[in-house]
Structures are given as C-alpha cells and as structure tokens.
Design a protein around this ligand. Structure first.
Ligand code: NAD
Length: 499
C-alpha cells in the first residue's frame, strides 16, 4: 500500500500523527494509497518553516517571482498527461476533464505572471508642499488554503499562484480524497525555481484545519468546499483576526424560455448537468423551463440524450462522458436523495438507480437521473446533490422562474437560454447570483476576471483569482513623506488640509 506524505521544507515528509485516511480509486472502488492526517504539531512545524522562508521571498523582486510562474507553466504543460492521469485515478473524472482541471489552474498561473504590473502601487507627487504620498501592496506573510476534492489541481493553483506571486509563503491543506496532484504541484513549483518552504502541502482533516485557524502566524485563509464548513471556517477564522474568504456549495438554475433553441438548451443541460458526474460547483442541477409546452419539448429532447450518456472509467479516454463519483459515501448520499425525490412526489423520468458497469461493479458509478415536476419544498430541490441528477421545476412565467433562482439560498451560478435580448438583459441585471450565463450553461469566468458566488455560496468580500486575488493576498500601506528641506514649520496638532 502506497503511503503518501506531506511536502514540508522542500521534501516529502512522512506523517507522524499515526492517523491516516484511505485514498480510493473510485473506478474500481479499491483503496490505492493512504494519506497522513497531520497533527497540530506537524502544521506548526510547517508554519515555522514558512515564516522563516517568507521574508527573503517577499524581498525577491516581483519580476523574478513572475519568472518562477513562467517556468511553472512550462512544467505543467510538460507534465500535463502525468498530472491528469494521477488526478483521474484518485478523483474518477475523465482524462480530458482532468486535463481541463489542470488547464484552468494553469491559466491563473499565467495571469500571475503579470504580478509586477498588478502589484504596482499608487503615487501622488506633490500631495502638499514638498510632500509625496504613495501606497504599496505588501504581502501578508504566511497564507493557508483548504481545498475541496472536486478540482484537486485547479483550486489549489487559484490560491497558491497569486499568494506566492504576491510574495507570501503558502501552506496548502488539500482534500484528503485526492492529495497526489497537490503534492506533485509543490514539487513542480520548486523545479521552477521556488525556494524551499514557500509552498508546502500539509495533508489532513479537521485537526489540520483547526490548527490553521488557531495558528497566530497564519495571516489569511482561503477555503473552497461545502457551505457548512465554509461558514465554520469563516466565523472562527475572522474571530481570530485573520483575513478569510470561503466559497461554499451551489444549486445552479438554468432557465429555458419558450423562444430558446431547444436542441442547444438540451445539449447544454447534458454537459452542465452530467459532466464530471455533476461534481462541479458550477454544474446545473435545476432546469426551469417556462411554460408546460417548453417543459414537454425540453424533456422530450433530454431523455434520448441522457440515455446515450457513456459512463465509465477514465482509462476509456475520450470514449466516456463521465466517471464515478468520489467515494462510496458520496454515491450513497446521491441515491438517498434520489429516493427522497421519488417519495416526495417528483416524477423520475430517467431512473439510473439500477446502473451497474460490467467489470467495474465495485466502482462508485452512479447512473444519470432526470426528475420532472420537482417542487420547491422537496429535498432534491433544496439540497446540493453533487451527483448526476437533474431536477426540472416547471415555471408558469419568467417572473416565477427568476423568482425561484432568487429565492434559493445558494447563489453561485445560473444561466438563461433565450433568443430575446431584453429578457436576457433583465435577467442579468436583476438576478442575485454571482456568475451568470446567457446561452452559456457553465459561466466560469476566465483567469483575468474573478470567480465567486453570492448568498450562501460565499463568505467574505473578495472573489477568487483575477484582480481580487491580488487584493486578498496583499495589504496596502500608504506612506506620506516629506524631506527635511520641505519642513518649514514646527509641530502641527491638527489634521491640516494639504494646501
Ligand atoms: P468539504 O467541505 O467536505 O471539504 C472541503 C475541505 O474542507 C477539505 O479540505 C476537507 O478536508 C475540509 N473539511 C472537511 N470537513 C471539515 C471539518 N469538519 N472541519 C474543517 N475542515 C473540514 O467539500 P468537498 O466534498 O471536498 O467538496 C465539495 C463541495 O465544495 C461542494 O459543496 C461544492 O459545491 C463545493 N465547491 C465550491 C466551489 C466554489 O467555488 N464555490 C468550488 C468547488 C467546490
């Protein structure tokens, strides 16, 4: 049995807590490795190394720091297949999707090559007689990130690339479900020229997370995962005086207007609803056709497409649409929610409950499901399922449809399919959700924009990546300076206007 490690101080370090978690290959349902779960003492050792290494890194000019990012991009491209294979083996997503996971992280690294420009300060020459004023963006010191299982390459890179480009040291606590790719990324960053101790990976569970929250040296925490944990880390982290941003769960609605191109909408729903087995925070999990006639046409288009979906292991390469879900517990939870949907009166139009894949009977595969006539009070509507289950809620009017999305507690992403510009414009302007697609089902913003939801999908003020990341990972310091020749008077006891 392979025993994974931490990556501390530039080397692989065995866990000493004596606690481990199983890492599965979800396609065959077997444990393939065990990952150490750090104690607070192991976390403290990493923090000490980070704090010692950070000042020299902060003093390295931004252009040199950016060159490490440049080289890292090359190495990610060189090792793309290797990274994607390791990712698929632990996560279960298809090989092309795993490459997409690395690619979407890589794009944020590319954005961070612009650090010298993004870290430039402001300067006012002659703010008063002989007085200049300038603002600097300085690193925070030691930052930490806690990431979910569903994007084990992309989300760590969304955090550590800007943090490190800004001159911080970063401690990553990845998901214990798929920790191998984060360890590989830390090695690659050092191969790209990053000094030891600036990026460390400390594996673990709640104990390691609590050690991050409680450690006085750690200045900021980034979290992505489920909403209850996001809320917990945000509350405790803020009360410890840290800068915290936490991104939580989702229930993304797609509204289909009667004038939409129904083939286009159905194709979009298939990719957005079932891609990655629905294990995406930007997956569409609720379809809201407006009008019964639209709903009937949509269901008619969806059913044959769903029945054609190819579910299988990543080793099938391009021949598979989605893979297994991450654990047996995730599978059980999805199937329990499907049962609740049936019991609470929704119509199960495509029933994937008996799905089994020959040769992979022990894998965590879940067949695709489609519900119709779902209502607001049902568990399948209120809760995040995070599986290949699409719920259809029929709305009578556009107002009812937009109201549904607006009333839901989550506000990560949403989409509208229509040919009418006026409706699309109204939707984009009124909706209380962070990321909006117009005839685009998964509107994930690119690296140079920012990513973040509203409502219970986020806790904190700034979004991920883009310019917000450079604000999150720096502190502003403003200097007012006057040289002796400019000092013409004695003491001043009031706030003087600069004249
Ligand atoms: P999770 O909340 O179970 O785990 C996320 C991280 O928190 C992991 O590193 C885990 O070790 C840690 N953790 C788990 N339990 C903890 C506890 N009790 N105390 C402290 N830390 C704990 O989430 P997951 O299952 O890995 O990921 C799926 C969730 O993430 C979904 O809800 C999905 O919507 C969400 N997600 C959100 C975004 C976004 O940007 N909003 C992106 C991706 C995933």
């Amino acid at each position: 049995m392979q025993e994974l490690t931490h990556y501390i101080g530039g080397k692989h370090v065995k866990g000493t807590s004596g606690r481990f978690a199983d890492v599965f290959n979800p396609a065959i349902g077997e444990v393939q490795a065990k990952v150490p779960l750090a104690s607070s003492a192991e976390m403290a050792a990493a923090v000490e190394i980070a704090a010692a290494a950070q000042p020299a890194w902060a003093a390295t000019n931004p252009q040199r720091r950016a060159r490490v990012m440049m080289k890292f991009v090359d190495l990610l491209n060189r090792d793309m297949d290797k990274l994607a294979e390791a990712l698929s083996r632990e996560h279960g997503k298809t090989f092309p999707d795993a490459k997409g996971d690395v690619q979407r992280g890589l794009e944020v690294v590319e954005y961070c090559i612009g650090a010298p420009e993004l870290l430039k300060g402001d300067y006012t020459d002659g703010a008063g007689p002989g007085i200049d004023m300038y603002s600097m963006k300085q690193p925070l010191g030691v930052s930490a990130g806690i990431t979910p299982f569903n994007f084990p390459a992309m989300i760590p890179m969304w955090m550590f690339a800007p943090a490190i480009a800004c001159g911080n040291a970063f401690i990553l606590k990845p998901s214990e479900r798929d920790p191998s790719v984060p360890l590989m990324l830390a090695e690659l960053m050092e191969e790209a020229g990053l000094p030891k101790g600036i990026l460390q990976v400390v594996n673990g569970d709640k104990e390691a997370v609590d050690a991050i929250i409680d450690h006085p040296v750690i200045q900021s925490i980034g979290f992505v995962g489920s909403t209850p944990i996001a809320e917990y880390i945000y509350g405790r982290g803020c009360s410890m005086g840290k800068r915290v941003q936490c991104f939580g769960g989702a229930k993304n609605h797609m509204i289909i207007m009667p004038d939409a191109d129904m083939d286009q909408a159905a194709d979009a729903l298939i990719g957005a609803g079932y891609g990655a087995a629905g294990e995406r925070c930007m997956a569409i999990s609720v379809a809201v056709p407006v009008g019964d006639e639209t709903a009937d046409r949509l269901i008619e288009k969806l059913v044959p497409r769903i029945e054609k979906l190819k579910v299988g292991p990543y080793t099938a390469g391009n021949d598979v649409d989605y893979g297994p879900v991450v654990t047996a517990a995730a599978k059980a939870n999805i199937l329990k929610l499907v049962e609740s949907g049936v019991e609470q009166g929704a119509k199960l139009v495509v029933d994937g409950r008996s799905f089994s894949l020959q040769g992979y009977e022990n894998g965590f595969f879940v067949g695709p499901h489609l519900f119709d006539h779902v209502t607001k009070d049902m568990d399948i509507y209120r809760k995040e399922i995070f599986g290949p289950v699409l719920s259809t809620v029929r709305a009578k009017t556009y107002e009812e449809a937009i109201g549904l999305a607006m009333d839901h507690e989550y506000g990560n992403g949403t989409a509208i399919f229509t040919r009418d510009g006026d409706t699309a414009r109204d939707f984009a302007s009124r909706i209380n959700i962070g990321m909006v697609g117009i005839n685009v089902p998964i509107p994930v913003p690119l690296a140079y924009h920012t990513f973040g939801g509203w409502k219970k999908s986020v806790f904190g003020d700034l979004n991920q990546h883009g310019p917000d990341a450079f604000k999150f990972y720096t502190r502003t310091k403003t200097v007012t300076s006057r040289w002796p020749s400019g000092i013409k008077e004695g003491s001043a006891f009031n706030f003087k206007p600069m004249d």
